[in-house]
Design a protein around this ligand. Structure first.
Ligand SMILES: O=C(O)CCC(=O)C(=O)O
Ligand SMILES: [Fe+2]
Length: 237
């Protein structure tokens, strides 16, 4: 699963809520106050989740939720952000909480709460978990993501989002070709249906990529979670 299918730049971590972003990135929520004095080295790391299974839960959201999120994201006037530079692989592909309608935001927060509860139980996590990202994402023909880990570089060095502990993705539609999520080191390319929840820790043990979309549009609701209270995105989990 290497080579021509992937644009190496497309591996860039999706931008999230970072200190100072609120003024320049319309649609991002303001940075939450620092509510922890723990230093980065004291915060629980994603590595503590190595060995936990990749979760794949069909029918995790209701058809009503899926249809509402899909309708919202696929509408002609959906508020895809245009603040990132045009050359950025994520330009025009993200809807952040600040630009979502109140009804949709409530639905997304509710889904995320259920997602976190599910993952905490499955992974036997009793520590507080904070959400760092809540986004709708679109993948157009040609969009792809090279195999990557969400918190570290291939050599184990921290990447641009080293606080991430695990991710969740909810798939909102079919009717596109390509776009399979796959875990090359595990030779795993799960069958994904609309309404499926996928989740996995953010380390190199869970390297994953997204094959290029070859036709149609792929929509997801995508979240990252952390044990670091300083990265809390201000929306409830
Ligand atoms: O959309 C997917 O299936 C995975 C996305 C992903 O890995 C990421 O955004 O880091
Ligand atoms: Fe990822």
């Amino acid at each position: 699963m290497t080579g021509r299918n992937f644009d190496p730049d497309a591996v860039r971590a999706r931008p999230t809520v970072l200190p100072g972003m609120a003024s320049t990135f319309a649609g991002q929520v303001a940075s939450p106050p620092v509510i922890s004095s723990k230093s980065a080295t004291e915060v629980r790391h994603a590595r503590s989740l190595n060995g936990k299974p990749i979760g794949l839960i069909p029918d995790f959201i209701t058809e009503q939720e899926r249809a509402a999120l899909y309708k919202y994201a696929s509408a002609d006037d959906a508020p895809w952000e245009t603040c990132l530079p045009k050359g950025d692989v994520w330009h025009g592909r993200l809807i952040n909480p600040g630009s979502v309608s109140p009804k949709i935001l409530k639905m997304m927060e509710n889904i995320r709460k259920r997602t976190v509860a599910h993952i905490k139980a499955e992974y036997e996590i009793t520590d507080p978990v904070y959400a760092d990202t809540l986004q709708l994402v679109r993948w157009r023909p040609g969009d792809n993501q090279a195999p990557h880990a969400d918190c570290e570089e291939p050599d184990g060095q921290p990447n641009a989002t080293p606080w991430r502990a695990f991710a969740s993705i909810i798939y909102l539609n079919d009717g596109y070709e390509g776009g399979g999520i796959h875990f090359p080191d595990r030779k795993l390319k799960p069958e994904i249906k609309p309404r499926t929840l996928a989740y996995f820790p953010s380390t190199n043990k869970y390297r994953h990529g997204v094959e290029a979309i070859t036709s149609g549009l792929r929509y997801t609701m995508s979240c990252f979670y952390t044990f670091d209270a300083r990265r809390h995105d201000g929306h409830l989990v």
